[in-house]
Design a protein around this ligand. Sequence first.
Ligand code: ZN
Length: 412
Amino acid sequence: MCNPHLAHPAVWALVSLLAISGAGQSTWAPEHLERANALHARAIVLDTHSDVTPKFHNAEWDFSVRHETGHMDIPRMRDAGFDAQFLSIYMGRKPEPGTAIKEAIRRVDAVYEAVRRYPKQLEIAYTAADVFRIKEAGKIACLMGIEGGHIIEDSLAALRMLHRLGCRYMTLTHSFNSVWADSSGTMSDVKGDFDGLSERGHELIAEMNRIGIMVDISHVADATFWDAIQLSKAPVIASHSSVDGVFPHRRNLSDPMLRAVKKNNGVVMINFFSAYIDPDFDGYQKAWDAEHKEALDGMRTKFKANRREFRGARREFMKTHPMKQTPLTVLARHVEHCAKVAGWDHVGMGADWDGVSALPEGIKHCGDTVKLTALLLARGAKEADLEKFLGTNLLRVMADCEKSARELAAGK
Ligand SMILES: [Zn+2]
C-alpha cells in the first residue's frame, strides 16, 4: 500500500538515512560526518597518547605546518578540532641505568620549547580547568604523561619533580618490568618479577595519589592492574589500551577489568594500533610479507647495518604496495564494547599517534578522527555520549585526582 506522506523527497531521504543507521553499520552518511565535524568543533577533543614528542627536539621540524608523513601536527589537529593532547615522555628502548631521568628532562624540555615556538597555538595545561580555559582562548592544551615507571628510575623525588614540571599521568611500566611493577609485555609475554606491584610499587601508588598524578595501567601485567586498582585511592586511567572483548591481547583489558575501572570511576582510552585491536592483522602482515618476500630480502641485505633505514625503505615501499588494513568498524567495536561493559562514562581516546606503524582504514592521521565519530554516530551512538568519549571523561578523572590529592593533603 502506498502511503502518500512517503512520497515527499525529504521523507525518502530520511527513510534512507534511517536505513543505514544503527548497530553493525560499516559506513556513515554525509549527515553523520557533518554532525561529527560539528561535535568535534564544539566538544573538548582530547587524546591521551602521542609519541610526536621526540620530533620537538629538532627545531627544524615545524609542528605548525601540515606534513605528509607522521600522524600529528597543528593543522591536522585543528582539522579534527583537537583541544588537548597528552604528549608522551617516553623512550623507545630500555635506557641504560642512570640515563632515564636525564632523557626524560630532555623530553619535557622539548615540549616546553615547542610551546615557546608556537605561543599563539599551544599552551601547557596543568589542571583539568586549564584545558577548558585554553580551549576558550582558541589554543591547544599540551599535557604530558610519563610512559613507564623506569623513567623515574627508583626515585619518588624524580616523580615529584616531573609532576611539578607538568606530567599528569605515569604508566607503572612500559613493555618491560620496572622496579615498581610487572609489565604485560607488548608482542610477547614478560616473566613477572613481583606478581604485580613490588613493595616499592605500593609506596609509588600512595605517592601518586598524594600528589595527584594519574595512575596509568596501560602496559602493565594483569596482576599489576589488580594490585593498582585495589590500592589507588583515586580513579585510574588506561592511557592507550583497547579491549579483550573484541581481540584478546596482552595490551588489552578484559571485561572484569573494565567493570573494575567503572567501579573505580576511571577511564579506558582506546588504542588505535591495528596489531592490538584486530584479530586478523597478523594474517594481513604474514600475507604481505610472503607476497613481497623478494623485495623485503633485498632491503634487508642493502640496509642490514641500519634497522632504521630498513624500516624507512619498507615504509616507502608500502606506499606503492599497500597492506590490507584493519576496517574502521573494528576500532568502533572496541569503543562500543568498552561502553557496553563499563559505560559511556568510562571510555575515551588514546590513539598512540606516531607510536604505531598501522592504523585502521581511513585513519591516516589525527585529523581523520572525525571519521570514527561519524561511524559511531551511524552505528547509533548518542552525541552526548560521544562528547564524554571525546574528552570530558578524562577531564573528570583528572579533576577527581586533583581533588583527591587536596583531600589527602588536608588529612580528610
Ligand atoms: Zn605505549
